[in-house]
Design a protein around this ligand. Sequence first.
Ligand code: GDG
Length: 454
Amino acid sequence: MARVVIVSNRVPVPTERGARAGGLAVGIADALKDGGLWFGWSGQISASARNPVRKIEADKITYATIDLNQEDYDRFYVGYANSTLWPLLHFRLGLIDFKREDLDGYFSVNRTFAAALALELEPDDIVWIHDYHLIPLGAELRRLGVRNRLGFFLHIPFVPASLFSALPQGEKLLRAFLAYDVVGLQTEEHRRDFLDAVKQVLGTEPGADGAFVTADGTSRAIANPIGIDARGFAAMATKAERSTETKRLLSSLVGRDLVIGVDRLDYSKGLPNRFAAFGKLLHDHPEHRQKVSYLQVAAKSREDVSEYQALRRELDRKAGNINGRYAEFDWVPLRYMTRPMSRATLAGFYRAAKVALVTPLRDGMNLVAKEFIAAQDLNDPGVLILSRFAGAAEDLSEALIVNPYDPGEITDAMHQALTMPLEERRDRMDRLRARVFTITAESYCRNFLAALAA
Ligand code: GDG
């Protein structure tokens, strides 16, 4: 069987300590269950720039990483990837901070990755590249003569062609997708928008099956939603129910209902509107005062990007306002933490929660929604409130679906969730679980690799 090679910006090297937030590693680890190579950035910045590849072996997987130098990090990672592509592909043109040097740095780091990776590849390897940091990697590999099957998966949304056209030199980026045999997107909507941009910007007419002919052969765009290891996560949550952390949490609630949110601290996640909605709940429905506690875990992320620093200040202030206004000496309405927690602790907390708030303004998929569902106790399940702009909403229609641009809709959904009869909660959760246990990390990896091998 061909060896699988995974490439992602960050590599979850097993020796690294501590919890880190982020959805990508959660979903794709399954592709290497029979072993393989995982290649990418070490997460280290080193002065001597682009050190040779460092390797660690564990569980039949070789983790191979390279460092970036400070300039690479500033231009490629902080700059183009996270200050141009991330806001653009989350529909936030106003937050784009484009610099030509960043674009050059982005392509240059992709060339460096390609040069280092090409040396590691064997002729039959199947290469699966992940996410917006590495869009041009396939084209750079082809330039070096790599003939392997190359697949790419975009974890974040794609935008309509009219928005994409705002990207300076966007044509160059879009053309880079054509080097792949398969381009995967999270949802049908993202796939449609991607194919439409290919057509409008590059003038290449895709076939009905999402295939288009390129200089290198045929390329195909597929929708392939990511999932989680639902069984594993459910087991973790059941076990964590009896953990010290969950017991401490429950005893601190003294019988109050728990509302939970878990996100990277990112402007795509819609946290300010969520806080506003909770404030409005306490204002409009005084009967919930002292009866609910909302725990928001907002794990710090991308702290070198200025927009994230601004968001953090905004949330600090908003959390303070809500608590200053509504807290009692023995009740803090909003518990807001920016420190990450362990995955097992989170699993237990999801299971303890009555309501989960997943209200991004845009999200490729959103795995927190799926984790919350997998963690529920079916005898007394919680209620998921889900933004219609999360990719997950395409499939999870039995959640309470909201438009997060109107905090009032989130407030109404919270009230509905907190007062929902057990029967209805069970009914909805049953259907949601069926989806989350069908579309899993395993099915996601299997489908993509099958499409790539075809
Ligand atoms: C991107 C796309 C897509 C969060 N806080 C902590 C923590 N987390 C974990 C969650 C979940 C993951 O991070 C977040 O995944 P999401 O899918 O919600 O979001 P992104 O990080 O933005 O992921 C997204 C995903 O890629 C996969 O394709 O779904 O749309 O944006 O697993 O549990 N984990 C730990 N401590 C925390 O404090 N350990």
